[in-house]
Design a protein around this ligand. Structure first.
Ligand SMILES: Cc1ncc(COP(=O)(O)O)c(C=O)c1O
Length: 390
């Protein structure tokens, strides 16, 4: 029988490593995992308490409106007022099944098959894979140390000259590099997109997680044509709750509503009810404490990298470091083989750069520091011993 060509996207390699970590642990091996971007803090106490209360009291958990519970959309609008000082009408907040659900809705609403959408390489692999499965033409633009691993308008000019772009995806802080766009850079990108009629999709899922204490720059501070994507997964530590949101420009609102009602009916309602408690000061206190841990882990990773001669992307945010490990590779070895040996022999999981960069990822790895400083220190100690013994 027929199988689709468009569905043939590469698997997310990190999930295969996660599976192998699970097998090793089931066999009794002690593994420290720096591979997955998942805060170990878990959901805030207030959110967990609200979930348990909702379940016990038997409050209605039937479908919500396709774009989400009005109270939660209001609460998110309030969040934009407090964090960014901008007014976001709650009707333009769409609640989604994680930011992953938002990407699918946003890409479907904004682009047609065959449209060209640009993004940075290295980058989060799902952007290109979702776009590819929808029949879009993905234009990967190489970013590097020269530009702090972020796209510039000069690069966009060059891509636009080859053939007009319909869209652009940016992420700040970015995955896998943790680099950020400042207000001036974001303003330039938003301005360039407006000037060239290019729909910007701004992934702001790591906002609030930064070494500098900055929240991150919101694309809607500079215009209202972008799709802004965010999530409860990272800052709030709610990965498995599958809850995110998208700020939707006026001209896409009815389309996103219709698509959402057909594709998902609505985002998980128990999670929506609990997330109403996600904006209290106690929640931010817990998130700030987690940030302190990520910073400590980042310093450990930077010191370790310096000792090994690894070059790191200049991370300011998220909880990742992206390292060029060329100095530690044996002749003919690539990052995938290196990560496999590290996992099997030393019990440390890292993600090979291939996941984020199908061209140059053979010499890079991503370390997720979401486990905090103690486990990061242990992983680096084992990695150091393993490298010395090789
Ligand atoms: C940059 C980026 N965007 C989006 C996501 C998807 O997150 P979620 O669907 O849990 O909101 C991730 C997950 O790791 C990510 O790193």
């Amino acid at each position: 029988m027929k199988t689709s060509r468009r569905g043939q996207v590469p698997a997310f390699e990190v999930m295969e490593i996660v599976e192998r970590v699970g097998q090793l642990r089931a066999d009794g091996r002690d593994v420290v995992s720096l591979c997955v971007g998942e805060p170990s803090t878990g959901a805030p106490a207030a959110v967990r308490a609200a979930m348990s209360e909702a379940m016990i009291s038997g409050v209605s958990t039937g479908y919500s409106a396709a774009l989400g519970m009005p109270e939660l959309r209001e609460a998110i609008a309030g969040h934009y007022r407090r964090w960014y000082g901008i007014e976001v009408p709650s009707r333009q907040v769409a609640i989604t099944t994680g930011s992953s659900g938002a990407f699918l809705l946003g890409f479907l609403a904004a682009f047609d098959a065959g449209d060209r959408v640009a993004l940075a390489r290295p980058g989060y692999p799902a952007y290109a894979n979702i776009l590819g499965s929808l029949g879009l033409d993905v234009v990967e633009i190489d970013v590097s140390h020269t530009d702090d691993f972020q796209l510039t308008t000069a690069m966009l000019d060059a891509a636009q000259q080859e053939a007009p772009l319909a869209g652009l995806v940016v992420a700040s802080p970015a995955n896998p590099t943790g680099t950020m766009l400042d207000a001036g850079q974001m303003a330039q990108i938003v301005g360039w997109c407006t000037e060239h009629d290019v729909r910007l999709v701004s992934d702001e899922i790591y906002h609030g997680i930064s070494a500098t204490g900055e929240v991150g720059e919101c694309a809607w501070s500079h215009g209202r044509d972008a799709l802004v994507v965010s999530s409860f997964s990272k800052y709030w530590g709610m990965t498995g709750w599958r809850l995110g949101w998208m700020l939707v420009p006026e001209d896409l609102l009815a389309t996103v509503d219709a698509l959402s009602s057909n594709l998902a009916l609505c985002a998980p309602v128990p999670a929506q009810i609990a997330a109403l408690q996600a904006f209290g000061e106690d929640v931010h206190t817990q998130a700030r404490a987690a940030n302190v841990g990520y910073d400590q882990a980042r310093v450990l990773a930077q010191e370790f990298a310096a000792r090994q001669g690894w070059r790191l992307a200049p991370a300011d945010g998220a909880f990742y470091v992206y390292a060029d490990i060329s100095t530690s590779l044996q002749p003919g070895e690539d990052s995938r083989a290196w990560c496999t040996s590290l996992l099997e022999q030393a019990g440390v999981a890292m993600t090979p750069g291939w996941d984020f960069d199908k061209v140059n990822g053979g010499t890079t790895v991503r370390l997720s520091l979401a486990v905090g400083p103690e486990l990061t220190a242990e992983a680096l100690r084992r990695t150091g011993e393993w490298l010395t013994a090789r």
